[in-house]
Design a protein around this ligand. Structure first.
Ligand code: SF4
Ligand code: SF4
Length: 209
């Protein structure tokens, strides 16, 4: 957090897109992991909303590429924990990126896929394991990396890029898809503002206590 300590304010469920774009220190999805049932509806909703421009069908039987969401449900024994980017104010991934492909806009840490060279420095720097490098698809097809070929096989190699939660900044216009999809109200968007109040912090992180 920054020098002036921050507080977590209203959950996004009570906010509109205009509120989201106002200047905030940071925002991120928090999970009430004790209530996660591991259904992975959040993963599928994430994949669907981020696949609207790459020609992939989002209904059963029409998805022809690997499902790569930007939120991952991790199982530890009988407990399920959704994991995704925390949009750190002093984001280690941004410090690690050698080509300035990572930026922060209105409290959201974004990766510019076009600038990314897939060096995985951000993957190593992220303390939450929230970044993954995966193949880039457009119009349902694998993109190839200009100038990169497998000489033995005489074929171009796929373009890859780093990806992670962007809070549906360019795709949903309001509530992140995972938050909307969760049937058990496990996920919520927290907005970081000024003047911390412990009771507000507890209310946002642990609303059911
Ligand atoms: S993988 Fe891409 S976004 Fe991550 S540090 Fe390397 S160039 Fe930057
Ligand atoms: S949709 Fe909700 S309950 Fe289902 S796996 Fe995701 S966080 Fe857990």
């Amino acid at each position: 957090m920054s020098g002036t300590r921050n507080a977590l304010s209203r959950p996004m469920s009570r906010m509109g897109a205009a509120d989201r774009t106002s200047a905030v220190a940071s925002s991120f999805v928090v999970a009430d992991a004790g209530h996660c049932i591991g259904c992975k509806a959040c993963e599928l909703a994430c994949f669907a909303v981020h696949s609207q421009t790459n020609g992939i069908g989002a209904s059963v039987g029409t998805v022809s590429v690997p499902v790569v969401p930007k939120v991952y449900v991790v199982r530890a024994g009988d407990t399920y924990v959704p994991v995704q980017c925390r949009h750190c104010e002093n984001a280690p991934c941004a410090h690690a990126c050698p080509v300035q492909a990572i930026r922060q806009e209105n409290g959201v840490v974004m990766i510019d896929e076009e600038l990314c060279i897939s060096c995985t420095s951000c993957v190593l720097a992220c303390p939450f394991g929230a970044i993954e490098v995966s193949t880039v698809y457009r119009e349902g097809r694998v993109m190839t990396q200009p100038g990169l070929t497998d000489r033995a096989a005489h074929k171009a190699l796929p373009r890859t890029a780093a990806g992670k939660c962007d809070l549906c900044a360019d795709t949903n216009g309001g509530q992140p898809a995972c938050v909307e999809a969760c049937p058990n109200d496990v996920l919520r968007l927290a907005i970081v503002e000024s003047d911390p109040l412990p009771e507000r912090r507890r209310e946002v992180f642990f609303p059911r206590l």
